[in-house]
Write a protein that binds this ligand. Sequence first.
Ligand code: BES
Ligand code: ZN
Length: 900
Amino acid sequence: MAFRFAAAAFAALVLATAIFFARMRDNDESGGAVKGSPRLPTSVLPRHYNLRLKPDLQACVFDGDLSVDVEVVEGVDEIIINAADLKVRDGSVSFRPTGSSQVLKPATLDLVTDHEILVMKFKEALPVGQGTLSMSFEGTLNDQMKGFYRSSYSVGDEKRNMAVTQFEPADARRCFPSWDEPSFKATFKIVIEAPADRVVLSNMPVENEKMSGDSKVVEFQVTPIMSTYLVAVVVGELSYLEGTTRDGTSVRVYTLPGKAELGKFALGVAVETLPFYTEYFETPYPLPKMDMVAIPDFAAGAMENYGLVTYRETALLFDEKHSAAANKQRVAVVVTHELAHQWFGNLVTMEWWTHLWLNEGFATWVSYLAADYLFPEWKVWTQFNELTVDAYRLDGLVESHPIEVEVGHVREIDEIFDAISYKKGASIIRMLQTYLCAKTFQKGLASYIKKFAYRNAATEDLWDSLSSESGQPVKELMNSWTKQKGYPVLAVKLVGDALELHQSQFLSTGQPGFGEWVIPLTLCCNSYDSYKTSLVRGTSARIPISHEVDTKSKGKWIKLNVGQTGFYRVQYDDHLAASLRSAISGGYLQPDDRFGVLDDIYALCKACREPMRVLLSLMEAYSAEADPAVLGHLITVSRGVSWILADAIPAVAEDTKGFLSRLLLAPAKNVGWDAVPGESDLVSMLRGDLMLALVLFGHEPTVIEAKERFYEFLKDRNTSRLPADIRKAAYSAVMRSVTAADKSGYDALLQIYRETDLGQERTRILSCLAASSDTEVVREALNLILTDEVRNQDAFFVLGGVRREGRETAWSWLKENWSLLRSRWGDSGFLISRFVTTTTSFSSQEKADEIEEFFRQHGMLAIERTVSQCVERVRINARWVEFIREEEGFKELISELALP
Ligand code: BES
Ligand code: ZN
C-alpha cells in the first residue's frame, strides 16, 4: 500500500484535493461558511474514540494508537478525516465493519498538508452501518503551544518538560487523526502511558492506573459526548489544592511544585462559580470533577477543555503580596469565563466557527454576571464598559467584520478570536438582556441549554429560545447586530417638545456607512425615574418628550443609552451636549452614563466629527470625578489625547501633559501613595492607574516619589512602600530616565525579572522594559525577546511597552527581524498578529502606505485581517492629526488649560 506525504507528491495532492472538494458538504446550508471551505464530508461519522498516547518528555515525541467506532451513513469508498504534522504508520490503517471478521485496508492513504486531511481510499464502498477505524501514528511534542506540545520549567539548573494539549480551534488533528470540527461530537476513552512519577490529567477522572517499572498506564473514564477541540491531556510534575462545591463536585487547582498555595484564590472562585451556573442554567455541571491547571507556556489566557481547564500562570495564580488587585480581578474573570464554557460551549457547542461568538461573547458576558455575584464591591458592570469601548474601536473600522463571520480556511479562525466575537458579542448580549429583562433572559437561556445539551447549535437557535420565552421578535432585532458589521450613531436634536433622532453607521474614518439597525433605545429626562424605552427602526425617528423638559435650567438633562447597555453611540446637538456637561459636573449622572458621554465625545473627535476643544472642555467637567471606572476611562482618554496631540502639534505636547496632569492630580491626591488597610480593590487599582498616568505625563513630583520607592524596593523586596499595584508606575518612572549611557535602571529591573518566579511580576516588568526614549535601550529590550529569557508567550508584552518615542525603532526592529519572528511565532496561532498591532501606532498616510507595502510583500494568511485593520487605524490617526492642525485657536486654548 502506498503511503506518501502529499507535499512531496504534487500529483497526489491535486488528486486528493479534487476528491475532497467533490465530496464536500454544501457549506452554505450548514453554518454559513464560504463556498469551497474545507469541511469534512458527513458520510462517515465518529461515535467513540479509543485513544492511547505515549509522550516521551525527553525526546519530545509521542506515539499514538487510535480506534474509532464510526457509523457509515453512506456507502462511500473513502474516509476523510483531519490530521496534521503526524506520521500515520504505514500499514497500520484498517477498517472493520462491526460483526464482520473482514478487515479492510485502504488502497491509498494521502495526507494532504494544505487541507490538513487524511484521505483513506478503499477498493470498494464501505458497508453502511457500524464499523471501527484503527491506526497508529507518531508525532512531535512541538514548541508552538498548540496540538500536543511541550512546556518547560526549571528544577534547579535542570530544564524539564511537561506535555500539554491545546486543541482549539483546530489542532486536535496535530495530536491524533480525527473529525476535528465542532459538530462531530463523540465520546472519548483516553489512555496515557507516562513516566511513573508524573501526574497525568485528562477531561475525566482516572478509572484505572497500572504501574509497570518506570512507567504507568493511566486509563480515564469515558467522557460524555463532546467536540474534539475540548479534549485535553496534561502530563507533568504538579502539586494541587483541592476544594468541593456545595453540590459535591471536586475542584482542584494544579500548579508547578511549590506554587499550589497561589491557586487558593482561583479555587475559591471556582468552588462558588460552578453552583452559580448550575442554578443560572438550571442544569448541573455535567462532569464528576473540575481540574484547573497553570501551564508555564500558554498561548491564550486560558482554555475551557471539558473538566480540565488550562491557564497561563498569570490568569490562575494570585500572590497576596506580589500580585496587584488588577491581577486578582483578571483571575476571577478568567475563571468565571472558562467555567461558563462548561455549559455554553462544551455542553452546547457552536455548529461551526461562524458562531464562535456564541461561545466567546456569551462566556464573556456571563463571566461578569458571576463576578458581580461573587464580588459586588468590584462593580464589574461599570468596568464592563471598557469591553464595549474596545468593541466600538474595532467595529468602527471599515475592516471590521460581522459577529457571524464567514470562515474560509482554518488558519483564518484564529484571527476571529477578537474584540468582535468577545466584546461586541458580550455587549449585544448585555443589550438584549436589558431589553428582555433579566429573568426572562435567564429562563430563555436555561431552556436553550436544556434543549441543545450534548448537541450543537447556531445563533438562530438561541434567538428562537429567547423569542419563545419572551414573546419578542428577538431574531429580527438581533440579526441587525450579528449579520452586518458596524454599529450606529444616533444624532439627537431637541425640536420643540420632541427628540428627533437620526441613525447612521459610525465609522472612525469619517466615511458614510450603509448599515441600519433595530435599536432598543433607552432614555431618561432630568431624572432616572423617567426611564423610557422604545425600538427604533429605520433611519429617523421622533420621540415626544413630556413638557417639563427644560434643559436650560440647572440640573436638567436628557441622556440616551441609559446605563450604556446599548451598543450605539449618541451625538447630541450643542444644546443637549452642554446640558449633559453640566449634569456631569453637577453630579446628576450615574457612573455608566458619565463613562459613556466621555467615550462618545472622544470617538466623535477621533472621527473628526467634533473639535478637540469640545473634548477638552468635557474632560474638565470630570474634575471632581471619584468613580474608579470612570476615572480609569478618563485616564485612557487622556493618554490618547496626549499621544495624538504630540503628533499633531508637537509645540503643545508639554502643555497638554500639564493640562492632563492637573486633571488627574486631585484624584491622585485623594487616593495617596499608601494603601489604607482594608481599602477596596478598586481604590488599589485606581492608585496604580493614576500614578502610572502621571508618570507618563512627566509629572515631576510623582516621578521622583515613584523612583524613590523603587530603590527602596530594590534593596528590600518585602518593603511595604511599593505594593504590586503601583509597581508599574515605579518601573515606568525608572525607565524614563534610562539611557544607553546610564542603564542602571534597566539592569535593576532585569535583575528583579530574573529573580522572581511570579508570572504577573515578570509580565509587569516586561511591559516596562522598552519604555525608554533612547533608541539603543529600546533595541536592547526588544532583542531580549529573541533570547530564551523571555518565553514565546510573553514577547508581546515587551513590544506593548514601547512608547511614542520608541515606535520608529520598534517598527524597524520588526522589519529587520520579521523572518525570524515569523518562523518562531508564525505557527502559534494569533500570537504573531500581536507583533503587528503593537508596532504600528503611527499617524501619517506615508506610514500607512509603508506598513501596507511591507506586509504586501511579507504577509501571511493568519495576519491579513489584522494588517488591514492596523493600516486603517494609522489612516484614521493621520486624518485626525490634520483635523486638529486646522482647528482654530487650539494652541492658545491648550496653554490656558495647562498647569499654572
Ligand atoms: N476559548 C478561549 C481560548 C482560546 C482563545 C482558544 C483563542 C483558541 C484561540 C478561552 O475561553 C478564552 O476565551 N480565553 C480568554 C480569556 C477570557 C477571560 C477572555 C483568553 O485566552 O484571553
Ligand atoms: Zn472563551
